[in-house]
Design a protein around this ligand. Structure first.
Ligand code: TYD
Ligand code: MG
Length: 455
């Protein structure tokens, strides 16, 4: 017979340990390690088999289910990111850096949903009711029929929600919630997890849509909303640079719609306003064609978005050359530099490389590869790309160019914004060709030769 093994976990960071110790070596917290009890610890013990559970009901896949009716806020950018409106009894997490505008966005959303007839409760654990009311006044939303509370006690909040039965409850933020049956401090992983669990199961049980606000710290995971992501139906991140007015609401997970969908907003004195044509906004600061500047025709979710990539390549005064990236993956940049060196014989040793995505946008699409390579080469050769040209395409390690998805949508958007030509991999489907001159290539060497006349 197997001897009973026990396991331990940290109540602060959730790390598993095989034995108890005074300090968790994963997160450094003291006195946070407790023994895991219950059915999750180890192989099934005799006691679980001894007492039988009741049998659960099974259904067929063919059971007819009507699609959930969705509520619309009237803020088109928000409704699209939600997958076409708010699904009843869904749990949504809205994450983002402190101060990025989550409370502003959700107060506006609450007001719009309430005005469209949804019974809405907004619970703030961070601000006093008077503060929230003042903000609503400043946003011109003071007469929206939203019910307001400033509270952090989860038990009291749940009791109230149970009695009031709203259709939408907004909890700002999950880190301030405090469940009195959990011992650790508010904001710790076990508190955040317990609060999110209670609120999401309440959402399912009572058919209430629940929106949880979560702060992400720059350092990353500790007590951040990451632990909540798998519990909720939809995860939206509110991104942007403090210095820029643009804010992007991005769906990173959505059980009721496409992931990677974005909504674009601008932070103004009167709150967040929708940006219906993000490409025009992202390109608005672009001047004359200059070396190092390339327009990437990207796709965000279901929508094409044009953004400007800026690169700077300069001799490095350091013994180790710098590679600095804003808005893109630095590992991916290293890969592209390596491919340019290995396949096209263009060295970057001793050169600092800076890459910036204009407007505070973050890009994760591999189709940006070719635009990045073009920006870097253009900066290195000090030669601007042909005017009014967009670039897209994925680069493989062999130096071959892979066609990107939705070539046609990218071209249409480019044409709409007045671009006249595009550089793209060969083989993309561009039927119903638009009025754009499409210059296709099959590998990076061909691209370098044709555009920069080098190789
Ligand atoms: P907030 O919604 O409080 O951020 P979060 O909840 O994510 O921490 O937004 C705070 C910032 O937004 C603050 O720096 C001021 C700015 N802001 C405006 O520029 N205009 C406005 O109308 C409002 C309400 C806030
Ligand atoms: Mg806030």
């Amino acid at each position: 017979m197997a001897k009973s093994s026990s396991s331990f976990s940290c109540t602060e960071c959730g790390a598993k340990h095989s034995k108890w110790s005074g300090r968790c070596d994963a997160c450094g917290a003291w006195n946070s390690i407790v023994e895991d009890k219950g059915i999750s610890s180890g192989p099934p013990s005799k006691s679980l088999g001894a007492r039988r559970g009741s049998s659960i009901e099974l259904t067929d896949l063919a059971t007819q289910e009507t699609p959930p009716p969705r509520a619309h806020s009237g803020i088109a950018e928000l409704d699209r990111v939600l997958g076409g409106g708010l699904v009843p009894s869904s749990a949504i997490l809205v994450g983002g850096d402190p101060g990025i505008g989550k409370s502003t966005l959700l107060l506006q959303a609450a007001a719009h949903f309430a005005q469209s007839g949804l019974k809405t409760i907004y619970v703030s654990g961070e601000e006093a009711s008077a503060q929230v009311r003042m903000r609503a006044q400043r946003l011109g939303l003071a007469d929206a029929p939203v019910k307001l509370a400033a509270e952090t006690n989860l038990r009291d909040i749940l009791t109230t929600l149970e009695a009031e039965r709203p259709q939408l409850a907004i909890i700002d933020s999950i880190q301030t919630m405090w469940a009195d049956n959990v011992e650790s401090a508010p904001g710790s992983v076990s508190q955040v997890r317990a609060a999110a669990h209670e609120l999401t199961s309440f959402a399912k049980r009572r058919g209430v849509a629940v929106i949880l606000v979560g702060h992400v710290t720059k350092e990353g995971q500790i007590a951040g909303p990451r632990v909540v992501e798998h519990m909720v139906d939809t995860v939206l991140y509110f991104e942007g640079e403090r210095g820029h007015q643009f804010r992007i609401l991005r769906a990173v997970k959505n059980r009721f719609g496409p992931a990677d969908e974005i909504g674009v907003f601008e932070m103004t004195g009167g709150g967040l306003t929708e940006v219906t044509n993000p490409s025009a906004l992202f390109l608005s600061e672009r001047g004359q064609p200059s070396p190092g500047s390339v327009v990437f025709a990207g796709i965000e979710g279901t929508r094409p978005v044009l953004v400007e990539l800026q690169a700077l390549v300069a001799p490095s005064p350091h013994s180790q050359a710098r590679r600095t990236v804003v808005g893109w993956d630095s590992g991916r940049l290293a890969m592209i530099l390596a491919v340019l060196e290995a396949r096209c014989g263009i060295p970057f040793a001793g050169l600092d490389v800076y890459l910036n995505v204009a407007g505070g946008m973050k890009i994760s699409e591999p189709a940006a590869d070719l635009a990045v390579a073009a920006a870097i080469l253009s900066a290195r050769e000090d030669a601007a790309l042909p005017a009014e040209t967009v670039v897209f395409g994925e680069i493989s390690l062999s130096g071959a160019l892979r066609p990107a998805s939705q070539t046609e949508n990218r071209l249409k958007e480019a044409q709409k914004l007045g671009f006249t030509s595009a550089i793209a991999p060969r083989g993309g489907k561009a039927v119903g060709a638009t009025g754009i001159a499409l210059n296709t290539m099959s590998d990076l060497t061909g691209f370098v030769g044709e555009i920069f006349g080098a190789g």
